[in-house]
Design a binder for this molecule. Structure first.
Ligand code: SF4
Length: 198
């Protein structure tokens, strides 16, 4: 069984699915099987809710203030298990929940799932990846033709629903694209985090 909970740089992460509706050119999944202390994040079979709960029961959350849903896949593709397991861990520990997402969940589920997420998720980080629809399609290769505007709509709704919402890009983008992403984030009134590529 692949690692469901793993730690990386003093942060604990939940890896609950390998499904994803994108195929990003930079996806860490194409660079190896693990991250941080996790040796293998590829599931032979997607974990059940029971298996996620068991992994949570077995993990010592002492000293961790936040659990981040972010693994070898898009967490919202396993929405039911995400919501149920986040609810479960919050009942057991005073822990905040962060969701790292591609922001395409409303397209994937064909409905606005933000009210459901907002019941258990405290903060959201959405991968912006590119400043234009054309670049976004090139880099993230999503299943949907209208992914970029829908991701931005998700970000706008998220900003109203969660305690903290941010957009993220990696620092390998050309300078002018980083500037364009910053301008876009500023227009949306959402903080832009520029992550180091690792
Ligand atoms: S959205 Fe995330 S998991 Fe999916 S392909 Fe892109 S980087 Fe990989």
């Amino acid at each position: 069984m692949a690692d469901i909970l793993y730690t990386y740089k003093n942060q604990v992460y939940a890896n609950i699915t390998n499904r994803c509706d994108c195929s990003c050119t930079f996806c860490i999944r194409s660079h190896g099987d693990g991250v941080g202390e996790a040796e293998n994040l590829w599931f032979q079979k997607e974990p059940t809710l029971q298996e996620i709960k068991e992994a949570m029961d077995a993990f010592d959350f002492t000293g961790y203030e936040e659990l981040v849903y972010c693994g070898y896949g898009e967490p919202t593709c396993a929405l039911e298990n995400l919501l149920a397991s986040a609810t479960y861990i919050k009942e057991k520990h005073p822990i905040k929940i962060r969701l790292n997402t591609n922001g395409l969940a409303n397209l994937y589920h064909k409905r606005n799932i933000i009210p459901e997420l907002a019941k258990v998720v405290d903060s959201v980080s959405i991968s912006l990846n590119a400043p234009t629809a054309e670049k976004y399609q090139e880099v993230t290769r999503p299943q949907f033709a209208n992914a970029f505007p829908e991701m931005l709509s998700f970000a706008k709704l998220a900003k109203e629903a969660f305690g903290h919402t941010q957009l993220s890009i990696v620092d390998v983008l050309p300078k002018e694209e980083i500037e364009a992403c910053q301008k876009l984030a500023d227009e949306l009134g959402i903080y832009l985090r520029i992550r180091k590529y690792s």
